[in-house]
Design a protein around this ligand. Structure first.
Ligand SMILES: Nc1nc2c(ncn2[C@@H]2O[C@H](COP(=O)(O)OP(=O)(O)O)[C@@H](O)[C@H]2O)c(=O)[nH]1
Ligand SMILES: [Mg+2]
Length: 196
């Protein structure tokens, strides 16, 4: 059973610290071209909301969310980058310490799918070992111009899980974060706890 509550995050020297119960905290980052729905996916998950208007995020937004998975506390610290992603030094800070990366593309814009390779190479360039990756085909509530098979194929090529989502309807968004959290926990406990 999985329940969720909001956490307060304290800032010390730029590093968020949770002052709470024992458990695991994992940094999760979202990457992908502008306007693919990174912020929308987070908002859907964290606050069950969706906005039609595109408001490009400024700087980096950090949200955290707590889960109770089989009586273990897990916190995801979810980083959403924007605006300055062009700068290498900004991205490298953003990537540092990440345990999971969500690469997002927009199924209505093939160029955002083509750029997945850029984001993957970039992650490889900056992030060390043990990065769990998920490729997200977002906006599946709209007519797709990139088919599922191409997404699946690319995901397996880059060693990522593949999930198709709509931040608008919410389809598969909870599944994405539940799976991610369980897989991160499973990896840290060194067991094969992965459940669908
Ligand atoms: N129809 C539809 N629109 C979406 C979806 N996800 C995001 N959008 C819209 O796409 C635009 C960009 O979303 P945003 O989350 O700001 O993209 P970001 O730049 O990757 O953070 C906004 O206008 C959102 O309303 C989706 O799943 N379906
Ligand atoms: Mg954004």
């Amino acid at each position: 059973m999985l329940y969720v509550s909001y956490m307060h995050v304290r800032w010390i020297g730029g590093v968020p610290l949770r002052m709470s119960k024992a458990g695991f905290a994992f940094k999760v980052i979202l990457v992908g071209d502008p306007a693919v729905g990174k912020t929308a996916i987070i908002n859907r998950h964290v606050s069950s909301s969706f906005k039609e208007n595109y408001i490009p995020s400024l700087g980096t937004n950090i949200t955290s969310k707590d889960y109770d998975i089989d009586s273990r506390y897990v916190t995801l610290i979810i980083w959403d980058i924007a605006a300055q992603e062009r700068f290498d030094n900004v991205r490298s800070k953003y990537y540092t310490g990440a345990k999971a990366a969500i690469i997002v593309y927009d199924v209505t814009r093939p160029a955002t799918f083509d750029n997945v390779t850029f984001w993957f190479e970039d992650l490889k360039r900056f992030v060390m070992e043990n990065l769990q990756m998920t490729l997200i085909a977002n906006k599946i509530d709209l007519p797709a111009k990139v088919d599922s098979e191409a997404g699946k194929k690319l995901a397996s090529k880059i060693g990522a899980k593949f999930i198709e989502t709509s931040a608008k309807t919410g389809e598969n968004v909870e599944r994405l974060f539940q799976k991610l959290t369980r897989d991160l926990l499973g990896a840290v406990l060194g067991s094969s706890q992965e459940k669908e």
